[in-house]
Write a protein that binds this ligand. Structure first.
Ligand code: SF4
Ligand code: SF4
Length: 152
């Protein structure tokens, strides 16, 4: 059986580029498997309660880093091919072109380096319980207010 190795032409391609290209070859396209959107900084109990509703949905996360608060949705791009390559490479959006593989999701998970990262209802609920003294009384307070206003 014939076989051959593809030689690494270190004299023509910088070895660093070869290593980086291999990195993407080994990766399951982590950078094409989620989206993020900056959100207003949550401050009130009501704002955090709304985040709690959202994080209860599968694949919905929140994080805070030095740039602020962000929503993260785990969702694979519809143009990702079965071999994890981009199916619209020539038409891919600018943000995809800007993304560098030098220090990317393959090297360290997104939550690394975040000040706060919430991926479950219980994680955010626990944080809110520490942050707000009356967190666990909010539902009773809301219901009492509805009764007082005659809504219920
Ligand atoms: S840039 Fe990083 S996260 Fe994206 S495919 Fe390459 S190694 Fe994976
Ligand atoms: S358009 Fe291409 S590069 Fe951009 S997220 Fe989708 S598959 Fe990835």
């Amino acid at each position: 059986m014939n076989s051959k190795k593809i030689p690494i032409m270190a004299n023509r391609i910088p070895i660093k580029d070869v290593i980086e290209a291999n990195k993407c070859e080994q990766c399951t396209a982590l950078c094409c498997s989620y989206i993020t959107q900056e959100i207003d900084t949550p401050r009130s109990i009501y704002s955090f309660d709304t985040l709690l509703w959202q994080v209860a949905h599968q694949g919905v996360h929140f994080f805070k880093d030095s740039n602020g608060w962000f929503l993260l949705c785990q969702t694979r791009c519809q143009f990702l091919l079965p071999d994890n390559r981009c199916g619209i490479y020539e038409r891919r959006p600018i943000i995809c072109r800007e993304h560098s593989h030098e220090a990317c999701e393959f090297d360290s998970p997104i939550d690394e380096g975040c000040e706060l990262y919430f991926q479950t209802f219980d994680e955010l609920d626990g944080y809110c319980r520490k942050r707000f003294k009356h967190w666990d009384k909010r539902q009773a307070k809301f219901e009492a207010e509805q009764v007082r206003l005659g809504v219920w």
